[in-house]
Design a protein around this ligand. Structure first.
Ligand code: SF4
Length: 277
C-alpha cells in the first residue's frame, strides 16, 4: 500500500468556477442606486460603466480572491461581534444601503467592517480612509443614528511604499511596524448638525444624476476623476479608453468635479489620530 498525493486541478477549477458565478451574481445590473455608487471618493463614471459594459471588466482570479476574503471576513466578524443586525436594508430617497452591522436600540450604532491586505495603515489623510468615512456618514444621514464605527482589519504587518519603477514596487518595513490586527475609529455625527442636510442634498443630487445617466445611456453628465484620484486610479481603470478617448464629459460635469469637498472645510470635522484597538 502506498499513499499517493497528486495535484487536483479539477477540484480547483470547480471551486473557481462556483466562486466566480457567485461573484458574478453579486454584480449590479439594474438601476437601483447604492451608496457605493454615489460616494464622492469613488468614480461615479466607473460605476456607470460597470453596469453598462461589464464585459470590459471581466472577473479575474485576483478579484475573486478579494471577493471571497471580504465576504468571509465580514460573515465571521458580524457573527462573532454579536452587536446587531448584519446587512440590514436601509433606504432614503431611492438610495439603498446595507451596513455591515446596525443596532438601532436606544441611541443606535452602525459599524462598517473593512478588510485589507494593504500594508499601509490608514488615517484621515488617506483617500481610502476618507471614502470609508463618507460611507459611514451617508449611513448615519440615512438612518438618523449618531454613532458609527469604521473597523479596519489589517492582514499584513505594516509596510511602507518607497517607489515604483519598471522592475516593480519597492516597500520597506519599519522596525516598529504595526502588527496585523484591527483598528477601529468612532465617528459621532450629532443629529442636529447642519452638515447632515448638506450631505443629504449631495447624495440625492448624485443619485439623480447617476439614474439619469443610466436611463438615458449618457455617461457625459457624470464627472471624471481629477487630481490625485485621476493620477492613482485612472491608469488602472478597465474602462480607461472608453472614458477618456471615446466618451465626452459635459462642462457641468467638469465643474462638479472641481467642487470643494464639505469635509475639507475647516471646522466641519474634528479628527484626532488615536485609534481604538
Ligand atoms: S478612467 Fe478614471 S474617470 Fe474614467 S471611469 Fe475610470 S476611474 Fe473613472
Amino acid at each position: 500500500m502506498t499513499i499517493t498525493i497528486r495535484e487536483n486541478s479539477e477540484f480547483t477549477n470547480i471551486l473557481q468556477k462556483n466562486l466566480m458565478s457567485r461573484h458574478e451574481e453579486k454584480r449590479r445590473r439594474d438601476n437601483t442606486v447604492h451608496v457605493s455608487d454615489i460616494i464622492t471618493t469613488t468614480c461615479i463614471r466607473k460605476q456607470y460603466y460597470s453596469r453598462k459594459f461589464p464585459d470590459l471588466d471581466p472577473l479575474t482570479n485576483e478579484s475573486i480572491h478579494h471577493f471571497v476574503r471580504g465576504e468571509s471576513s465580514e460573515f465571521v466578524i458580524t457573527k462573532l461581534a454579536n452587536l446587531g443586525v448584519a446587512q440590514a436594508d436601509i433606504e432614503m430617497d431611492g438610495i439603498v444601503a446595507h451596513p455591515d452591522i446596525m443596532n438601532d436600540d436606544q441611541k443606535g450604532l452602525i459599524v462598517e467592517l473593512k478588510d485589507t491586505v494593504n500594508g499601509r495603515r490608514l488615517d484621515f489623510y488617506d483617500d481610502t480612509f476618507r471614502s470609508y468615512l463618507r460611507q459611514i456618514l451617508y449611513y448615519l444621514v440615512m438612518t438618523g443614528i449618531e454613532k458609527g464605527i469604521i473597523s479596519i482589519r489589517y492582514n499584513i504587518k505594516e509596510l511602507n511604499w518607497i517607489k515604483s519603477d519598471s522592475e516593480g514596487d519597492y516597500f520597506f518595513r519599519p522596525f516598529k511596524a504595526k502588527d496585523v490586527g484591527i483598528e477601529s475609529w468612532e465617528v459621532f455625527f450629532p443629529s442636529d448638525d447642519i452638515a447632515r442636510e448638506i450631505l443629504k442634498n449631495e447624495m440625492v443630487r448624485r443619485k439623480n444624476l447617476f439614474l439619469k445617466a443610466l436611463e438615458d445611456n449618457d455617461v457625459s453628465i457624470l464627472p471624471r476623476l481629477i487630481d490625485e484620484g485621476k493620477r492613482v486610479r485612472c491608469p488602472r481603470c478597465p474602462f480607461y479608453d472608453k472614458c477618456m478617448n471615446q466618451d465626452s464629459e459635459t462642462s457641468e460635469a467638469r465643474e462638479m468635479a472641481k467642487e470643494r469637498d464639505l469635509l475639507n472645510i475647516r471646522g466641519v470635522l474634528d479628527f484626532k489620530n488615536s485609534a481604538v484597538i
